[in-house]
Design a protein around this ligand. Structure first.
Ligand SMILES: O=C(O)C[C@H](O)C(=O)O
Ligand code: SF4
Length: 513
């Protein structure tokens, strides 16, 4: 096989997967959009999402800044050298990272050091299998961290909030799957897709769940019971009212695929792999002699382009208040904001995620954060020949991970606004009230949309934490986000969680006997 050709094929696969959302996923998102009422937060969020998908397509740039944990599933004819394929994957991955198509995402779990090239112990994940055909089938999924953190595994029998006992039968499985959608709330960038694995042990169960994510979104499950379960979940999970980004709305789930395998008598696992709307998985058929691409997978049907018509009209009575903020922001300005207001930020903001929050809890800040805006974001950055940094993708990361630190840090440094996604908990809400702060929800995954608002990179601190974890000083214009937690004790996230839990309890009674 020609190894250079194979490397190029793999490079194309990586770039396409990161930048060009598959057709079946686009169709599911388009359908969701059609379900939402114009002018609602859900409709506006979906408009941002579709605009972002189109921007990523046009610019050949990452749809979401979190390019995930790359997992390759490969089927080879007997006799093909798998070691060579793995080497070619590594080379292609380094190239795609250097070109800003992948964020350097491989972190040493003990030292926290980022390898900078997406390689490292165990990464990328490459799984081989042999088959009888004479072509090579290579599938790739780039599954981000926020949705991965919302994966869940149930060991039956168990007690589920809202749903009561889930027993070792199809109805118990149904309850687990409904619960898995509820517990994700908006944190995995809903509306999402779920892959469910019934049976196996803890590791093979999760593998089976993830395997379902490689099914085409519009296939039909050949197993009658599982087909019924998939349909049931699609219908009723969308009645939970969690909606896009957990803002409430008609569509919470875009796809549900269930697989089954045997188990041992003592164990009964239901494993759920949750994937955000930025469902990046593609596949290629490669000629085993030349290494060239013969075919692309998931290409059935029409490819939807999301053009300019995506902007939704707002009905006047629902039109939110739009407030422009420019740091340093005063306490008075912050206290005037209420949940539901739309904020546009002009001026400076500073990125800070996991490593920075931990650092700031024991150290001084490298910049004066008084009255400033912190953005929970780990961008994709590229340095040009002159040594200047450019933002290639910059959507929000899941804020709840900073819950232990956020309130204290806001108070200590005088931070007035925090931007992220998925919302935060009671500790932060209390701090917002005491100190005069606000939580702003940006649209998760909309990495191109937000990168476009960034006018310049004014500096960077704590770069030793790696590109995604450093503190980037960003000058923005028209950066739009919604107030979802205010300084008066209101939290949209708490309200949606409560109302969706109430709705979940409507599905307590047995359905599949
Ligand atoms: O790591 C990120 O940038 C985001 C992450 O995928 C998340 O959803 O929190
Ligand atoms: S930020 Fe959202 S869209 Fe991006 S990988 Fe994380 S969960 Fe997915």
């Amino acid at each position: 096989m020609n190894i250079t050709t194979l490397e190029n094929s793999l490079y194309d696969l990586i770039v396409e997967t990161s930048t060009n959302l598959p057709k079946d996923v686009r169709r599911a998102i388009q359908e969701a959009k059609a379900q939402e009422n114009e002018g609602t937060r859900a409709a506006m969020s979906l408009a941002t999402i579709t605009q972002n998908i189109q921007m990523a397509d046009d610019k050949v740039s990452p749809i979401c800044q979190d390019t995930g944990l790359p997992t390759f599933k490969i089927k080879t004819p007997v006799g093909v050298n798998q070691i060579e394929i793995k080497k070619a994957i590594h080379k292609a991955m380094v190239r795609a990272t250097n070109d800003g198509k992948m964020r350097p995402n491989s972190v040493d779990s003990l030292t926290g050091e980022n390898s900078g090239d997406n390689l490292g112990l165990g990464l990328p994940v490459v799984k081989f299998e042999q088959w009888e055909k004479d072509t090579i089938d290579i599938r790739l999924i780039l599954k981000g961290g926020g949705c991965e953190n919302k994966n869940i595994q149930y060991s039956l029998p168990c007690e589920l909030e809202g749903l009561g006992r889930a027993g070792r039968d199809l109805d118990g499985i149904r309850k687990c799957v409904m619960h898995s959608v509820y517990q994700a709330q908006g944190q995995g960038c809903s509306a999402g897709f779920i892959g469910v694995g019934i049976g196996g042990d803890r590791s093979s169960g999760y593998d089976l769940a993830k395997e379902q994510l490689f099914r085409s979104s519009d296939d039909v499950n050949p197993n009658e019971d599982l087909h019924k379960l998939e349909q049931y979940v699609m219908e009723h999970a969308n009645e939970l009212g969690i909606g896009t980004m957990g803002f409430g709305g008609e569509t919470t789930l875009l796809g549900c695929k269930v697989g089954v395998m045997n188990r041992i008598p003592a164990s009964f696992f239901v494993s759920v792999a949750y994937n955000c709307w930025a469902f990046r998985r593609l596949g290629i058929t490669v000629n085993a002699d030349t290494g060239a691409i013969e075919d692309w997978q998931y290409q059935e049907g029409e490819k939807i382009s999301f053009g300019e018509d995506q902007k939704t009209e707002q009905t006047p009575d629902e039109e939110p208040r739009v407030v422009t903020l420019h740091a340093p922001i005063s306490e008075e300005q912050i206290r005037s904001l209420k949940v539901g207001d739309v904020v546009q930020i002009d001026g400076m903001m500073y990125t800070g995620r996991d490593a920075i929050h931990k650092y700031l809890s024991d150290n001084d800040s490298p910049v004066d954060l008084n009255g400033q805006v912190i953005y929970h974001c780990g961008p994709v950055m590229l340095k040009d020949d002159k040594g200047n940094w450019h933002v290639k993708a910059a959507g929000p990361t899941t804020s709840i991970r900073e819950e232990p630190y956020q309130g204290d840090i806001m108070k200590r440094f005088g931070i007035r606004a925090v931007i992220g996604k998925g919302g935060m908990g009671p500790k932060t809400l209390k701090a917002l009230e005491e100190h005069g702060g606000v939580y702003l929800n940006a649209i998760g995954g909309a990495a191109q949309y937000y990168a476009d608002c960034i006018q310049s990179v004014e500096g960077v601190d704590l770069k030793q934490f790696g590109i995604p974890e450093a503190m980037w000083h960003l000058k923005v214009k028209g950066f739009t986000a919604v107030v979802t937690m205010d300084s008066h004790g209101n939290s949209l996230h708490r309200d949606v969680d409560q109302s969706s839990l109430e709705k979940l309890s409507r599905y307590k009674e047995p359905v599949f006997q």
